[in-house]
Design a protein around this ligand. Structure first.
Ligand code: HEC
Ligand code: HEC
Length: 416
């Protein structure tokens, strides 16, 4: 009974506070308190979504309501507001892109235009589309045949032009057509910077042993150095269609009507290094894993051509000042093992591998830290890794007014 009464009271209060309640309330729109409330709501919803995919709809609603108010009240035309809250306005614009129905990739242009303009960078090389290769790469049981085919191709290629390939099990995610399909064959096809031919990372989902329904997805990420220490990356997912007559065709996932994903959300560094499930790579192929990860490091700093301005997403994990961190986690924390390890931005910043900022993927971030791979070159105990991960996330998403976290402080323009 008490519960019901308080619910009714709450509703009355909410109605009274709604901007539509009376003309008086509407005229009293206070941009500063509106921004403060909305930034807290946004950062809170982002954190909930980071922790749990089920919170994505709620996050989308917050993003949407902020974008709507900015539009309706023409806040970007208000010079004072636009200057004062530049980061917020630009962030909302960039982060809202993938909410538009024809922008599933989250890029500045519609998906259709992106694929049209970039198709030459992400085509699957012809030699990987022969019927016999596609047949053998489809299943784990016949993967050795696929690899024998790749070795044969290599025997006709110059040493600098060799394909680098290996199979592994992903720690991180299934394929777009099958959440439970973790096996992969990755083939790095060398490019030619002089001739503007991109290097292509072609990854086939491989059907698990004994599974009848075949995994359909294959993906391409390509890299073209720009000659100024940066490189552009381009993305495309494809699906294989297995026909009754034994033929196998390859067509874009999006073109086939299966939607698409915001690749850049996880691919912060453009191409991602491969950090496979332990013991999933055969010893003879381990050098190939090392070779592709070394190769990725030679590309430079990731960019997404004109399709995404990653600077709009702000600073990333660990970008806090030392005094802010001391205030948050206590005096002396900066001198602890974990405190010293909170230095991801030494490498994960725009001039190197790109910031690790929201939107980002929890599985990827936690796996690299808790799996013992990051921070690079460190040797932390398991409990220290857990603490490191938790503090990094806390510091990034904190919303307390006296010591706002990285994302909130930046959105409020406090980091200029
Ligand atoms: C939820 C996070 C996530 C999303 C979204 C995502 N990827 Fe990835 N992708 C990964 C991870 C992590 C790897 C590294 C291999 C692994 O651990 O599975 C990877 C690896 C790849 C690779 C192998 C080359 C490389 O970069 O290592 C390709 C190709 C690829 N992804 C394509 C795509 C495309 C195309 C999209 C968008 C349509 C996409 N991915 C979206 C997480 C993601
Ligand atoms: C000394 C440099 C360095 C530091 C410090 C560092 N990293 Fe990395 N990180 C790398 C390199 C190099 C790669 C890619 C190659 C590899 O995996 O070896 C990488 C890859 C990653 C990736 C996967 C690729 C991506 O962009 O998503 C994640 C996630 C990551 N690091 C998280 C972190 C976190 C979190 C920290 C801080 C706790 C951190 N790293 C500190 C150098 C560093």
């Amino acid at each position: 009974m008490r519960y019901r009464l308080s619910t009714i009271l709450l509703c009355l209060i909410l109605v009274a506070e709604s901007p539509h309640a009376s003309p008086l309330a509407r005229s009293k729109f206070d941009p500063d308190s509106w921004v403060r409330a909305k930034v807290d709501a946004l950062v809170g919803a982002a954190r909930a979504f980071f922790d749990d995919d089920d919170s994505q709809p709620a996050y989308n609603r917050v993003l949407d309501s902020i974008a709507r108010t900015i539009r309706r009240r023409k806040l970007t035309e208000d010079e004072g507001f636009a200057n004062r809250y530049r980061e917020l306005v630009e962030y909302i614009q960039a982060a809202s892109l993938d909410q538009l129905p024809d922008h599933e990739l989250g890029f500045t242009v519609p998906d259709k235009q992106y694929f049209r303009e970039t198709s030459r960078f992400v085509q699957v090389p012809d030699f990987l589309m022969t019927r016999s290769f596609l047949r053998s790469v489809g299943r784990y049981e016949t993967l050795d045949r696929a690899k024998a085919f790749l070795r044969k191709i290599n025997s006709t290629r110059a040493p600098t032009d060799q394909l680098i390939f290996f199979s592994y099990t992903s720690r991180h995610l299934g394929t777009p057509d099958n959440d439970d399909s973790y096996r992969r064959l990755l083939i790095v096809v060398p490019g030619n910077t002089g001739a503007r031919v991109p290097e292509k990372w072609v990854q086939f989902g491989v059907t698990d042993p004994g599974t009848r329904v075949r995994t359909r997805n294959l993906s391409v990420v390509s890299a073209i150095p720009n000659g100024d220490g940066t490189f552009n990356t381009y993305f495309k997912d494809y699906f294989r269609t297995y026909r009754r007559d034994g033929s196998i065709s390859i067509k874009g996932r999006w073109e086939l009507g299966y939607g698409d994903d915001n690749c850049a959300r996880c691919h912060k560094s453009g191409v991602l290094p491969i950090f496979p499930e332990e013991d999933s790579v055969s010893p003879s192929e381990l050098p190939a894993v090392e070779a592709v990860n070394r190769r990725f490091l030679t590309y430079g700093s990731p960019r997404f051509d004109k399709y995404l301005d990653e600077s709009k997403f702000g600073p990333g994990l660990s970008s806090a000042k030392l005094e802010e961190r001391g205030k948050r986690f206590g005096d002396g924390f900066n001198e602890t093992v974990v405190g010293r390890a909170m230095s991801c931005t030494t490498c994960h910043r725009p001039e190197r591998l790109g910031y690790l900022n929201w939107p980002m993927d929890q599985t990827v971030i936690s796996s690299y830290i808790n799996g013992g791979h990051m921070p690079l070159g460190s040797d932390l105990k398991e409990s220290e890794r857990e603490e490191l991960y938790e503090k990094l996330i806390e510091e990034y998403f904190a919303t307390d007014d006296t010591n706002p976290g990285i994302l909130k402080a930046w959105l409020l323009g406090m980091r200029r």
